[in-house]
Each structure stands twice: as C-alpha cells, then as structure tokens.
Design a protein around this ligand. Structure first.
Ligand code: KG4
Ligand code: ZN
Length: 335
C-alpha cells in the first residue's frame, strides 16, 4: 500500500511516498527560501505561485524515484491546514483533482499532527500516552496525546510562536531568514555569561508561553550598544537561545508533572535546535523523542505518513476543495 503526501502550507513544496512495507520510498523537498529571503519573511502570493510551478513535476519525479506509477498509489494525502490559505489551496486543488482522475481518496491532513507523527517514524517510537511540544514558525503548543488523533491542549503561546521569535530576533540582528538556524549557528560563538535574558511566564503557574516581551528585551539590548559588533550579535544570539530553551525546559517539566506522564515528544521546526535537544536530554525522569533532523522542518514525508495512518483507519474525504488556515488540533476528527 502506498500513500503520496503533498505539503504546500508555507514556503516549502514537499512530495513523498510512504509504503506500508518499505517506509519512505520517495521524499522530495523544494525550499522557496531564495524567493523569500530578500523580504525577510514569506510573501504568501509568491509562495502560492511557486507551489503551482513545483508540485506536479515533483509528483511525477517522486513516482519515478519510487519506481511506481499512479496505479500503485492507494491514497493522496495533502496538508489541509493550518497554513497560508493560497498555498494550502494549491495542494488541496492538485490532490483533489488527482484523486478524481486516479480514482483514489484524497485525505486532508493537519500540518501540526503530521509534525507530531514525524517523531514516531522511528523503529522505537514513543507509546501513547505522552506529552508533545509542538514548536514551529506558527505554533508553540503543549499537548497531552492519549492516542492517535486524541489530543488535549495543555498550553500554548499567547503571542509569538517560538520559531517566529527566532525569525524576528534574527531580523533585528541583521541575520538571514529563516532565523532559527542562523541564531543557533551564531550562538555557538557567543559568550554565555555576558547577558541573561528573562524566561517569560515561568514565575507564574500555568503552561502558556509568551515570547513577545523577550523579543523587545533583545531590541532594547541591541539599542543600548553603541556600535554593534559581530561578537555582540553572537552574545545576544546565545542569550536569546538560552532563554527560549530554558523557558521550554521549565514548561515541559511542568506539563510532565501535571499529567504524570514520562515521555516527551518534541516536533516542528524548532525541535531541530541542537541546544534544545541537548538541554532536554540532560533532564531526568522522562524519555525524550524527536524526529530525524530532516523531518523537523516542513516536508512531504510527514504528510504521507500521517495520511497513511488515517487511511488505514478509514478516513475518506469528499472531493470538494476546502482548507482550514486556522485549525485547532483538538478539533481534529478522531480516528
Ligand atoms: O515547522 P516549520 O518548518 O514550519 C512551520 O510549520 O512553521 O518551522 C519553521 C521554524 C522557523 O521559524 C525556523 O526559524 C525554525 O523553525 N527553526 C529553528 C531551527 N531550524 C528551524 N529554530 C531554532 N533552531 C533551529 N535549528
Ligand atoms: Zn511546519
């Protein structure tokens, strides 16, 4: 059984094929970073147009790499949300049109569920129930996951997502887009002892996050320096990353304590962060799981896999084209 996955929610076109026996048999990714980087962020209209150019040729290529034809595909999974509406509509339109032509079902997949499930694509996956921290450019959420498709929101960011804060701080420091990897790279040369930034909302009880004040703190620090040097930027990047990672560590510890669970899954773009993985790995009392590095940021593989899991449990959508730019994960159809 083979499921093809199409990801077009933001600035990456991803197409992959998941085979029930052989796992990933094709996994293609095209990043639009070169298109958007001179604007310091994603331009939605340009993203949609580029997905139109890339998706169909990538599907043909994926079939070729997997050594199969359209007749071997049992279902088509596509990202139905959350994400940029125009970009989502490209993937949805292509998926539904192909579904009609190939006479197979098309399944709308929740992007964040796919991020989460990417962490379970390993020989020794976590067993439900577990706590998940979903940290991407658009989301920072702590979820209690009792079973596949059964998620309870424990806490989330009340303003910027962690990845968004990385991107905005990178912009302030004159670094490139996306900011996460740039900050992580520079932080390695930073002097950890020079600045200590606040750990927002850790003094109060609760599992919500807020990264907007931390961003302002960085801006004020930059403004207080007369002529900002390379070393200043590295020191600030280091202090900022430490503050985000430490805040996440504290909140994850609280979520595990509150739920009484002993497994933590981290997923989404920010879960690629080495410092975050290292700090959480050093903590005691729980097992940590995260996706392979290539499966942390957006990709088609996670959509194909999430689609496969829903397909075998009987999800079948109608052929009308609808996407959900905003889509709380706890509103997902239970399987
Ligand atoms: O999951 P993702 O690819 O897209 C969304 O669903 O949003 O996440 C992208 C985010 C960006 O904000 C990017 O700066 C951040 O993930 N990111 C990182 C790292 N790699 C990507 N943040 C911190 N450290 C990294 N190594
Ligand atoms: Zn994502």
């Amino acid at each position: 059984m083979k499921v093809i996955g199409i990801e077009t929610s933001c600035d990456e076109t991803g197409v992959a094929i998941y085979d029930a026996e052989d796992g990933l048999v094709a996994d293609l990714l095209y990043s639009q970073i070169d298109i958007h980087k001179r604007f310091g962020g994603v331009v939605p209209e340009m993203a949609s147009r580029d997905h139109i150019r890339k998706t169909l040729p990538m599907i043909s290529q994926a079939l070729e790499i997997a050594g199969c034809t359209k007749d071997d595909i049992d279902a088509i999974a596509y990202t139905a949300g959350p994400g940029l509406v125009g970009a989502l509509l490209v993937g949805a339109s292509i998926a539904k049109s192909l579904a009609m032509a190939w006479q197979v079902p098309a399944l709308g997949i929740h992007h964040m569920e796919a991020h989460l499930l990417a962490a379970t694509m390993t020989p020794e996956p976590p067993q439900y129930p577990f706590v998940a921290l979903l940290v991407s450019g658009g989301h920072t959420q702590l979820m209690e996951c009792t079973a596949h498709s059964q998620y309870t929101l424990l806490g989330e960011s009340v303003d910027d997502a962690a990845g968004e804060a990385f991107d905005k701080v990178a912009k302030m420091l004159g670094l490139g887009y996306p900011g996460g990897p740039e900050i992580a790279r520079l932080a390695e040369q930073g002097d950890r002892k020079r600045f200590t930034f606040p750990r927002p909302m850790t003094n109060k009880p609760g599992l919500n996050f807020s990264f907007s004040g931390l961003k302002t703190y960085v801006l004020n620090t930059v403004n207080d320096i007369e002529a900002v040097s390379e070393q200043d930027i590295a020191d600030i990047a280091c202090a900022f990353q430490d503050a985000v990672v430490d805040t996440i560590r504290i909140k994850c510890g609280r979520a595990l304590k509150q739920t009484g669970l002993n497994q933590l899954v981290i997923a989404g773009g920010v879960s690629a962060n080495k410092q975050l993985r290292e700090i959480l790995n050093r903590e005691n009392g729980f097992h940590l799981y995260y996706p392979a590095q290539s499966l942390c940021t957006d990709n088609g593989a996670m959509i194909a896999y999430a689609g496969y899991l829903r397909f075998i449990k009987g999800q079948a959508d109608t052929l009308d084209i609808n996407v959900r730019p905003r889509w709380p994960m706890n509103e997902l159809e239970a399987m």
